[in-house]
Design a protein around this ligand. Structure first.
Ligand code: 6R9
Length: 668
């Protein structure tokens, strides 16, 4: 399987059974911060009080202390046109200047920015001075391709230093980028390029995946075929030396254009609210949403959270976030936050099991990684592979661990801490979203007594509540409700690209305009910790990647043999959730059993990307629907998870579920 932040191998082995009884084991653990962390951590208890007494003054201080402004702002927050926020009004800064130039100017040009590790073992060490030169060269090249402030640039690249240089070059020019995950298909690429009206695409011939060259440029060619495209130029990095088709006048090799550019480029200050990037994410309808973020607020909060939550000390730490840059985590916690802080980090191109299942731990040992930020789906896979694999490596450099993307179950949490964190590293379970831009709910390593499985409390500066069905906040433990955010925050999305109405409707209408509706279920425990319980809308979370049921359903019905489709996310031991589809074939279309199912699975992979490929497709005679025609996915989920089917009384035809189940038992 592959996902947006890491690619994992399918594996049928049974997970390791935790050797102790979980809850008694938990009770014995001391999960309060060590004295060492308390003394040295960046994030302190005082921040909570400071932020609470005057949140705007708190954020203004973070903005001024963490970033370099060309022009100071005169108003911290303008919320007069809520829910459209303006932060740091009147301020000007350049994001690329903040992420590279100023570190060089401060005398830290020789500090390593990136320890790049290619899948095949090729390495590159990029210092801040070199990164500044790379970014300037890329910026000059983009200018030569006709890019100017406000133009959009699509980026479809592997995890290589050029990807980071390109993102920062765009930021330098004020040309918002739209990074599209390298695992997405030509079709997904086309819709995203067209929605953002990108003028330039930056891609590579291919990327290394499990020892093989996986093509990238052919998908770009396919996405742009037909002529009706906003794209004028395609800039191509040579990574795998694969044969590629070439469109003269449109396609340009990176080494021909970028390498010879000047390393001088003056970064122009941008308004604090100038758009920095667009990133597409799944919503409840089939059409992906272009979430867009702006300059000052986004950089303030990513830098702040990377410092206080990951506890980054740029002079001494080696930080590694394993996300793909095509995911928001890669944007905020590989590119913008850590580079704004001047951190040294690892950038790894490949998969965790190439050439062997200890690859990550070998990298940790080699670079003495001290902070590791990854996703529960990866941790669960490593659990399956067995603790003897990390045990072969020296992981003693690790002092802080992080988790993001979905709830981390206590078993995985304990395994992570014990086998990767030497039984002592704190785990920060960080809840946030593409929309929030940066971490919102998380423990702080030097402050919080940890609670495995819970993201715990909003960080200083952030306020969250849990509401019941009527929109009333409550605090009683174990009651399930909806997570909302009650105050604007600097790195909040500024909208959905080209669709302000959808922004208001999706996030600010469910419980009125006072509350940002996150789409996640949540509850409190007796200690007041927040537990996130997964999506409440029609969005699935597969390996930490958001997929909409509607998007996959429309991919299925675009196949000539499918009349109707319903998709649900079923619990899956490794990927959190897995895609399970129910389809009705068209009259005349023959059911060739496995062959039909395979064809449909491949069709979804082609339309959306391998990540969306259903784990299972069941051909059914009918779908369960309410009288108003809404598919009752809840019932299908019962089937997909092998449970007794729940209440069917609101079905228009209550015999449908019997029909579906009879059909399925006949097949098996
Ligand atoms: C950063 C990122 C957002 C959705 C979010 C929630 C889930 C993320 C989580 C978590 C529980 C955590 N999620 N982190 N759930 N605990 N620590 O993942 O962004 O791809 O937009 O997904 O992921 O459901 O609403 P994005």
């Amino acid at each position: 399987m592959s996902c947006c932040h890491i690619t994992l191998a399918p594996n049928d082995e049974e997970p390791e059974v935790p050797d102790e009884n979980l809850s008694s084991h938990l009770a014995e653990l001391d999960l309060s911060p060590s004295e060492e962390l308390k003394a040295q951590a960046v994030g302190t208890e005082d921040l909570f009080a400071e932020a609470e007494s005057d949140p705007e003054a708190f954020w203004a201080r973070q903005a001024r202390e963490r970033l370099t402004w060309s022009k100071d702002f005169d108003q911290t927050l303008d919320w007069s046109e809520a829910p459209f926020a303006k932060w740091f009004v009147g301020g000007e800064l350049n994001v690329a200047h903040n992420c590279v130039d100023r570190h060089v100017e401060a005398g830290n040009g020789d500090r390593v920015a990136l320890h790049f590790e290619g899948e095949g073992g090729d390495t590159r060490t990029v210092t801040y001075a070199q990164l500044k030169d790379d970014v300037c060269r890329a910026a000059n090249a983009l200018v030569e391709l006709g890019v100017s402030k406000g133009d959009r640039v699509a980026i479809y690249l592997p995890m290589i230093p050029e990807a980071i240089a390109t993102m920062l070059a765009c930021a330098r020019l004020g040309a918002p980028h739209s990074v599209i995950f390298g695992g997405f298909s030509a079709e997904a690429l086309r819709t995203r390029i067209n929605d953002a009206e990108a003028r330039v695409v930056v891609t590579a011939d291919g990327q290394w995946r499990r020892g093989k060259a996986a093509p990238l440029k052919p998908a770009v060619d396919e996405a742009l075929a037909g002529g009706d495209t906003p794209v004028e130029k395609v800039l191509v990095v040579k990574r795998t030396e694969s044969e590629v088709e070439w469109t003269d006048g449109r396609d340009v090799w990176w080494h021909d254009l970028v390498d010879g550019q000047s390393t001088e480029h003056t970064a122009e200050p941008m308004d604090a609210e100038h758009p920095l990037f667009i990133l597409y994410t799944s919503g409840t309808t089939g059409k992906p949403k272009g979430i867009f973020h702006t300059t000052g607020g986004y950089l303030t909060q990513t830098a702040y959270t990377n410092a206080v939550v990951h506890d980054v000390h740029p002079e001494t730490d080696v930080y590694w976030c394993t996300a793909d840059i095509g995911w928001v985590t890669g944007h905020s916690y590989i590119v913008y936050g850590p580079l704004a802080n001047g951190a040294t980090q690892v950038l790894y191109e490949g998969t965790p099991d190439t050439p062997h299942q200890g690859r990550w731990w070998e990298i940790v040992e080699k670079y003495k990684v001290s902070i590791l930020y990854t996703a529960p789906t990866a941790i669960r896979t490593f659990m399956k592979w067995g603790s003897d694999i990390p045990a072969k490596f020296d992981l003693s450099s690790i002092r802080v661990l992080g988790s993001v993307g979905e709830p981390i179950n206590p078993e995985a949490w304990l395994w992570y801490r014990k086998n990767i964190g030497g039984d002592k590293a704190p785990i920060v379970d960080t809840w946030w979203q593409t929309e929030t831009g940066a971490i919102m709910i998380s423990p702080l390593p030097g402050v919080t007594t940890l609670e495995p499985g819970s993201a715990q409390r909003p960080i200083p500066g952030i306020s969250a509540e849990i509401l019941d069905d009527e929109g009333k906040p409550f605090t009683e433990p174990d009651k399930v409700g909806y997570l909302v955010l009650t105050q604007p925050w600097p790195s909040m999305l500024r909208g959905i690209w080209g669709d302000p109405e959808r922004y208001k409707e999706t996030y600010w209408s469910r419980f009125g305009e006072k509350y940002y509706f996150a789409g996640d279920g949540a509850k409190y425990d007796e200690k007041g910790n927040i537990w996130l319980l997964g999506r409440v809308d029609d969005v699935m979370n597969v390996s930490g990647h958001r997929l909409s049921t509607a998007e996959i359903e429309s991919a299925l019905v675009s196949h000539p043999s499918v009349a109707e489709a319903a998709v649900v996310g079923a619990t899956d031991e490794t990927t959190g959730q897995a895609v399970v589809a129910f389809v009705i074939l068209r009259g005349g279309a023959e059911d060739h059993g496995d062959q039909t199912v395979q064809e449909l699975r491949n069709h979804v992979a082609k339309e959306i990307g391998p990540i969306a490929k259903p784990r299972q497709i069941m051909v059914v005679p009918e779908l369960p629907k309410t009288r108003s025609g809404k598919i009752m996915r809840r019932l299908l989920k019962d089937v997909a998870e092998n449970r007794e089917v729940g209440d069917v009384t609101t079905l228009a035809d209550s015999s449908v579920m019997n029909l579906i189940q009879q059909g399925l038992s006949k097949d098996s």
